[in-house]
Ligand binder design. Sequence first.
Ligand code: SUG
Length: 449
Amino acid sequence: MPEVNFDGIVGATHSYAGLSYGNVASSRNQGAQSNPRSAALQGLAKMEAVAALGIVQGVLPPHERPHLPTLRAHGYSGSDGDVLSKVAHDDPVLLARVSSASAMWTANAATVMPACDTRDGRTHLVTANLREMFHRAIEPAVTARALRAVFTDDTRFHVHEALSGNRDAMNFGDEGAANHTRLTRSAQNGGETAGIHLFVYGTAPECARVPTQFPARQTRAASERIAQLGGLDPASCVYAQQSADCIDAGVFHNDVICVGNGNLLLCHEAAFEDRARTHASLRHAVGDALIITEITQEELTLDEAVKSYLFNSQLLTLVDGTMALVCPIECQEFPRVCAAIERVISDTANPLRRAIFIDVRESMRNGGGPACLRLRVPLTTADLNCVNPAMIVNAEKLRQLRDWVTRRYRETLMPMDLADPTLLRETRDGLDELTRLLSMGNIYDFQRE
Ligand code: SUG
């Protein structure tokens, strides 16, 4: 069976706070009014569109935000209302950080290594530590709980806690699947088909060039540790440095410049620091079946790639064995991007046959395209039967989630609204209901106090 996609449900505090240095969309939209309800509905519509292609679609829940335990750990005390008003007065950036709905981008939730590739025959999910950005570094504990609520069967799945270790000594910065691509020797991408794992990092002690403007969020040490935790065969792993110029152009994760699926790797020619060596290593590991389709600098500049988010499309294998590209609707605003898509689709040497354009504009304004919003999990049919069924969507579940969002989410939000204690109550009540709707158990701190 094809891989399952787990999309993050957009949280009720979805806002534009300019929190991610190096993510140009996040910086550009800082302070703008956000629309949490439409953001979440756009996400659900995307899930529906992907499910309509015959792909199994799951969900991961939003996190509790604003996150009061983080504020209390920073010395704020008193009632929840007191804490919120004090932090809003003293440190509005901290309030924005603990309120971000960034857990929606589940491509950063974990790195997934399916059962057929691992030593112990279980599917391994290593929760990402996201340590480079404060607002994201508070995600892993609840992400691990949410993943365990989906993958409950320990005999088939192993959900690892996030990598820890002294930041300077070990330098374990890890952003999850956004910097990991699994390739196979055919269009088949599911849990029955053995894969090759491409780990892309931004920095390592031996790098001759590193970005000078923006942070490299993924370290090679972290990627190697993940492969080790999953028990991957070293011969099935390829490590490649992301181009430093790309990171400085706003490519803060590899999935902003490269997408792979089955035997097809679609990337910009400037994606990797050492293009020839990366291609050669991939060819060696995957074999002759590998198709590398590049978009040239001439076709699309890095700036156009970042603005359109073409490479942050989902590349999906359909039931007939062809592939579809689920692109952000913004791509249609760039004639040169449309031409590049047309060129690749009309080239019969690769299995990509169609493009679908999806409106996730609310997420895009924070630098999150279709591919950021989903975690890919290659499963076998037997594995899928052991996943929490309440977290897999069908028409009825989507209807319930739409109804939940419509009842529970505000239409608009401004940064100052984050200090409103009523918003905190609304979000907690909403999440409490969601845990029942998705049969997740008590995964949130406020439910465990
Ligand atoms: O980590 N944006 C996210 C976007 C993550 C996209 N994910 C992938 N490429 N897979 C980030 O930079 C912005 C939040 C704000 O500024 O309010 C933010 O966190």
